[in-house]
Design a protein around this ligand. Sequence first.
Ligand code: GLP
Length: 266
Amino acid sequence: MQVVILPSAAEVGRTAAAKIAQVIERRPDAVLGLATGSSPLAIYADLAERVRQGRLRVGAVRAFALDEYVGLAPSHPQSYHHVIRRTVTEPLGLSPELVHVPDGAAADLEAAAADYEAQIRAASGVDVQILGIGANGHIGFNEPTSSFASRTRIKTLAPRTRADNARFFDAAEDVPTHCLTQGLGTILDARELVLVATGEAKAEAVHAMIEGPLSSMCPASALQLHPHALVVLDEAAAARLELADYYRYTYENLPAWQRFAPGEHP
Ligand code: GLP
């Protein structure tokens, strides 16, 4: 796992975006894995700016979102269909027909989950998966005790997740109780992972993910199993890391061939 600690949330977004842009430059029809939540917004804003300036072409880019609430129509402003369209597809100018979100409004949710897995397989898998982390260590909506082998399926949201996400809804009870989410096994199949976290509310989960034991109690610890996982943090999210100085030293001394964005590293 490569851990990068940066002074500000803005730099976290810029640096993670540089990594994603590199993947797209190498493969114009790259398959991106998209996360919702506030954490990746700076990545999407940076990528949109690159597109606007003509530095990045995304017309052929394909994308799969991690998850969706069950029971919200795609037109609901808090459905992840809507959020992905608003924060990713439209600002970047992705082709809408190439952007996929699990169908949380399907009559047969199990069939919708199986179909989503099949769509990802048909696209030859995800090249780079963008991730945030929940305060309880979830990725996607894989709540604590999710199987490391899990695939896209229906999950019950943890009370803490519903409380954390209540800020997006008119009332706490409006937050759906269930979701469709890619499984930890699905996420681990992506060829590269890029997780971003900022703010002190994430410090404990970040510590458990990177330095804690591999445990389904912290689903994000699954990243320890992945050979190409990049974690980009601000100082507040990194505050509990025991080996923070080692991660800084490693990043400052990266050999040129390991740098994913020449000229954008310190
Ligand atoms: C949400 C999403 C996750 C996201 C997490 C953290 O519920 N399902 O994909 O990473 O919670 O969100 P935020 O980045 O807003 O803290």
